[in-house]
Design a protein. Structure first.
Length: 457
């Protein structure tokens, strides 16, 4: 109860820290602001290119924010539904690992996912995302409806629910994970198309839909918080390496204010034992759950990650059927804590070096600190840190140690019911290892020289 009261004292952070991390600015304007990313090219009328970390430039790319996975393609759609109108969706299952349509609040809080495995196909079509089904059939169509209103306990089939507001504004993200080899970023199919039935019964299709729905010709907003707030927390520096834990530790990402309190020890002496609600924003998907760990090069220039990879069915090689596994998708990413940019991600199929029991070793460092034996030839996977550290690029960034901060995120997507060791089953900070066992990897600091001394196995 004492911990809960302490967190309530800091609840003001809810309005200024409403994401897993904070977005940075490089000036002294302390007002809460919404940055306007560059105007994105309209894709198929209703869809805009959304966040991306695929170009390898990290936070230097203005579209790299909200911690995107570099193995995922994102498109956004923001529009206004006329009062009394109905919105229908015609889509095709992509040739890919996973797809979804997700609705959000105006703050980027995840609401509802129309997830691939739950979408009933058109007559004569097989859903390729169900275990055992053929993944490569030519006919791939489905139909769905967008409904404004609260998410019911028992949602209707093929229905995506979005929050009902006074303005009827809607924000959606369309995701395609790991398209099959030989297919484009959309997984070889067209974007989902909208059809609108107005209150008077009139039907609108094609380009008319964009006019009727007043589609916004811009990328998703990236809400920035007052830089003075984050710097005041960062500058406490109670020990060398702050805000990293002295012993690198994974924590489940639950919600923005609690995550920030955990990272920066704001009115929370320790994270372990604190229970809070799962309510992520920053455009996260309900189909994933996440663990995060803040690391610091002041505590060790090389981080060694050792763990067990869940069983995951490969899909990128155009496998004919979807095999059973523990979860649908897994990745670990290096990110910038303040800018919320992603540097690089490695996903399950790229973790080629595992022993017979599924255990892997992954080395994380700046490229110049990479041990000579952290290579494929030595059976070691490698993931580079961002040279920008936490992404803050103010004139005192190097002096204050911002370039030394790293931020790791691990994703578990859609665990199968038989797998009990997924992030989704954690309930309280500190139970991650108990719940996940070897699937929560160990994190340890070392040096380039110490790791190289192990040789090449």
């Amino acid at each position: 109860m004492e911990k809960m009261n302490k967190l309530k004292v800091g609840i003001l952070l809810t309005t200024v820290m409403g994401s897993i991390t904070l977005s940075a600015c490089n000036d002294n304007d302390d007002s809460e602001r919404v940055t306007q990313p560059p105007k994105a090219e309209l894709t198929d009328c209703m869809w805009q290119n959304a966040v991306s970390s695929k170009d390898g430039t990290g936070g230097a790319n203005p579209m790299n924010y909200a911690l995107p996975d570099s193995n995922v393609n994102y498109w956004s759609s923001e529009f206004t539904v006329p009062e009394g109108a109905k919105v229908f969706i015609d889509g095709d299952y992509p040739y890919a690992r996973h797809t979804s349509l997700v609705s959000y609040t105006a703050k980027g809080e995840r609401v509802n996912s129309l997830v691939d495995v739950n979408i009933k196909p058109n007559q004569g079509v097989t859903n390729p995302f169900i275990v055992g089904n053929n993944r490569l059939n030519k006919e791939r169509g489905f139909k769905a409806e967008l409904v404004l209103g609260d998410l019911p306990a028992s949602p209707k089939e093929n229905t995506l629910y979005a929050p009902k507001t006074d303005s009827n504004e809607v924000a959606l993200i369309y995701r395609v994970y790991v398209p099959n080899k030989g297919f484009n970023e959309k997984g070889g199919v067209n974007f989902p198309h909208y059809k609108v039935q107005l209150a008077n019964g009139e039907i609108k299709t094609g380009p008319e839909v964009c006019t009727v729905l007043k589609v916004k010709e811009k990328a998703l907003d990236n809400v920035q918080t007052p830089l003075s707030v984050i710097l005041s927390l960062y500058n406490k520096q109670p020990y060398v390496g702050f805000p990293a834990q002295l012993k690198p530790t994974w924590y489940t990402a639950y919600n923005g204010p609690a995550n920030i309190s955990c990272i920066y020890k704001y009115n929370l002496e320790q994270c372990e034992g604190f229970k809070t609600e799962r309510k992520l924003n920053q455009w996260a998907t309900p189909d994933n759950e996440y663990t995060f760990s803040v690391i610091s090069r002041k505590l060790g220039k090389v981080v060694v990650i050792k763990g067990k990879l869940p069983q995951i069915a490969a899909t990128s090689g155009n496998e004919t059927t979807l095999a059973k596994g523990d979860i649908r998708y897994w990745s670990i990413c290096t990110n910038e804590l303040i800018s919320t940019a992603t540097n690089f991600c490695i996903y399950d199929e790229q973790m080629k070096h595992k022993d017979k029991n599924g255990f892997y070793t992954l080395v994380v460092s700046l490229p110049e600190d990479r041990p000579k034996n952290a290579t494929d030839e030595c059976g070691i996977s490698y993931l580079p840190l961002s040279p920008r550290g936490d992404g803050y690029t103010g004139p005192d960034a190097v002096e204050k140690g911002h370039n030394d901060v790293g931020f790791l995120i691990m994703r578990n997507l859609l665990p199968y019911s038989s797998f009990n060791q997924a992030i989704q089953n954690t309930k309280i900070w500190g139970d991650e290892k108990t719940v996940m066992g070897d699937y929560l990897p160990e994190l340890n600091y070392t040096s380039k020289e110490e790791f190289e001394a192990k040789g090449c196995s």
